[in-house]
Design a protein around this ligand. Sequence first.
Ligand code: FAD
Length: 501
Amino acid sequence: MNSNPSQSIQKIVIVGGGSAGWMTAASLSNVLKGKCDITLIESDEIGIVGVGEATIPPIRVFNQTLGISEAEFLQRTNGTFKLGIEFVNWGSNGSRYFHPFGTYGRQFDTVSMHHYWLSAHQQGQAKPLDEYAMAWHLARKGKFIHPSGDPKNVLSTFEYAYHFDAGLYVKFLRDYAEQRGVKRIEGKISHASKNKDTGFISSVSLENGQVIDGEFFIDCSGFRGLLIEQALHTGYETWSEWLPCDRAWAVPTASNADPIPYTRSTAHTAGWQWRIPLQNRVGNGHVFSSAFISEEHARQQLLDNLDSDTLAEPRLIKFVTGRRKRFWNKNVVAIGLASGFIEPLESTSIHLIQAGIAKLLALFPDKSFNQRSIDEYNRIAIAEVERIRDFIILHYKLMERRDTEMWRYCADMDVPDELAEKIAHFREFGRITKGEMDLFGNTSWLAVHIGQGNTPQRTDPLVHYSDADYTGWLNKLNQVMTQYAQQAPGHMAYINNMTKS
Ligand SMILES: Cc1cc2nc3c(=O)[nH]c(=O)nc-3n(C[C@H](O)[C@H](O)[C@H](O)COP(=O)(O)OP(=O)(O)OC[C@H]3O[C@@H](n4cnc5c(N)ncnc54)[C@H](O)[C@@H]3O)c2cc1C
């Protein structure tokens, strides 16, 4: 049976014009091709959060789907390449490890490569795990090159994402969406009206009296959740017991060298500091827990740990980690911060916006707003976000530092059951158990387990049946990676070449 065209939604209202609002507007305008009215309402007075600057590799798919050229994107957003995250002082004080995008080397038989590494390492015949990731070889030398499409080439074993200026990305997407017919209204929404029978949102009213009606509303209004919470009272589940950080100071600094192609996260006494290099400046921020450190002390820690002059006064952002009880409620879907927030340790918020849009397109409603599709959206969204949450909690739980109250709390806390099992399983067998909807794959889990000292008690028994010369193979891999990284172009030179040619 064909769907009934008269049931098609004709009026979509997007509330909010941050990354979530404009990413949604750009995607919907691309797919709906002017056959549905799309209106976006944003308030200049309220503004946007605007600190989302680091991403993970799927962002490339988002841009490609919109047909955005990479060179133009980098040019317009002061963007740089990101090969992973370096974690400093996580695990133990003074330790460093890299969470690379891509894989560690490449599998050469049925046994997962890391078991060979574990075995060789236990015999004192392997270097630290980072040394087998192509992404780290490039990153530490400040180099970049696009991955090779040839699976036999070691340059095919890494992936990349971007750092960019979130405010400029929003402007870029706004141009894109407006060119495709999205209507923007500037003004502050003071009220949402509901249909008295269904409880569905029927319109929103601005402070100046203008009323905008719609059939389908996308709530991208940020932490306040104007429709999903303030109008529909959907409820919020908090995760503060596992993710105690609830504030961040953010400050940009001048660039004093070419940008490095990776994010750095440095643990302090009651939180951690990000360093995100763009072409023209560096984004910095201190994410901390107000239960363990005062705002003033946290601000000073940030200022004491910068490597160049500040370009503005530090800005304080407050948040509560958690999620809406439902992401889609009646005729409102919440995307972005309106749907919840996991702190930015693994740069996942913009990805969750992208994932929300992808689910919305896969389960796009008509005027009947079938509850089965809504339930499916919520089921997938909740599983997705909880798996990411667990991966972030892993970093806190595996903190071996006992030097401050906050890190002692984290090391001793109980974690969600599925995560507790993953940690125990890895510790005992060196195996990574995969949950449904896990965004982060083996490399990511491995990087954090090994990097933060959750060393397995044994290796896979299959290693002992192998007659492969795996220590020789690991050596060779490391040598080839070193050589390729040596020959690769400098990161900034590569960007200049792309954007200025
Ligand atoms: C400290 C911190 C660091 C982060 N770092 C990263 C990172 O590195 N990587 C990453 O992927 N993500 C990061 N994020 C998340 C990222 O910033 C957000 O996911 C992203 O900016 C999306 O925000 P948003 O559009 O949902 O909300 P906002 O940017 O808050 O936008 C809300 C919009 O709603 C509008 N609005 C609100 N109320 C009204 C009203 N009454 N009337 C009209 N309009 C209204 C506002 O004007 C604004 O346009 C970080 C977040 C924080 C807090």
